[in-house]
Design a protein around this ligand. Sequence first.
Ligand code: GAL
Length: 505
Amino acid sequence: MWRKSYLIGLLVVVLLPWLAWAQAGHEYVVPSATTLEAIAQETFGDAAYAPAIMAATNRKHIEDPAIVRIPSLQTPIEAGWKIWIPDKDWADAFLSVWNPAKPELLFGTPPGGQLVVASWWTAGGEAEGLNALFEIYHKYYPDVEIVNATIAGGAGFVFRAVIKPRLIAGDPPDTFQLHAGLEVEGYSPETYLEPLDDLYAIEGWDKVFPPDLMDLLVYKGHYWGVPVNIHRANVLWYDKGIFEKYNLTPPKNWDEFFTICEKLKAEGIVPIVMGTAGGWEAGHVFETILISTLGADKYKGLWTGDTPWSDPGVTEALEIFKRMLDYVNTDHSALSWDGGGEYLIAGKGAMLIMGDWTNGWFMAKGYNDYGWAPVPGTQGIFDALSDTFCLPKQARNRDNAFAWLRVCGSKEGQIAFNTRKGSIPARTDLTEEDKAQFNEYLRSCMEDWARDAIVPSPIHGAAAIESWVTDFKDAINLFLVSKDVDGTQQALIEAAEAALEAMKE
Ligand code: GAL
């Protein structure tokens, strides 16, 4: 499902005509008092196009206040009003999803009241990225008060445990962070979340998000979240100063990695830093080691049932992880992922395996002396995940949430967010000028995304249902202490059996 080869073809054939999608249409100054239906009749030869004109006008109003906001389909249209007449293609696409039970698609409600946005983005880089999205939302919807409802804890394990009871109790935030992929299963989306298929159709998002990501975004035939980014999990960050001082180059395989570890340990430097307090970070490191020992296809097969967990590649990965633990900071269980990163900043630790939110964190910390490489043995493979925002069925401020989702999916929103967050935009329609706003790491990451084999991350919600991810991370967390290769592999085999069985239901 993760194919990249036709991206360029996609760009030329499909994407370019869609770049002007949102703007398609023209301004129209109403000559004399009339109705929307009359304008629709006159323009499209059919009064049924009135909702399309209203929606297009209201969307345009958000960018250009000189275009009037039309509050309802019955509003008398006055002489001199500037409205927006959409192109026929856009109007037809809109009408294919429109029905009167979906007034939010018309964007007719004046924005006001609150917008409660829930996420786990509290660390450096994360908070800055989120704030950048808030600033853009505020620019277009200044009368809406944004409530930043964060629940700290990397990768969202604490977050999910708090949000779920709120959904069930009918007291959800207006929108919340959700990983693209099978994580959505844990929220019983058909009961608690709103499918976003209509919004995707109106915004033309299926034309601007890459196919690899689109595959992840569909669950039970619907879209449940709007992606703001693509993150990479299999990155080895290293302190350039230390590497230069000891004349080291980034390890390409585990032999080179352990040679470096030995050398640095003898110098009194922590070779590989970790913070494992969140309970998921060890699982994160381990998933990247699995990729290195199994390769892209066999690794993907672990999560679909095609590769047995009894495979020798899993044993080898556990052996490598066990050996790695000899070179890790002894206080790792007291530190979160970013706490581990402090070792690099202080020049006391040399390497860190963590996703590229670390890039955002480094930026927020003003630390520039870092280099990056794929985790040893994972060259040419991109361990991917994506953050989306979703819409609970019982959201109190539904219109405001819809507007938020549009900002999340917009190019403006994604550039502002990702340049701070340390991820790349989910959208594929960035110009060279847009790309120039991203730092060197992120520009290299964009190239890797377009070229590498893409595999889904389990720890970050893409590859597996939540119960499986929990069993997986718990088994690896226990391994930190037990270092029991056979017992842990057996636990992983059993976790897979239980999850694959549950997924059949
Ligand atoms: C991931 C999430 C990232 C980043 C990271 C650490 O699961 O997708 O956006 O926040 O956790 O918190």
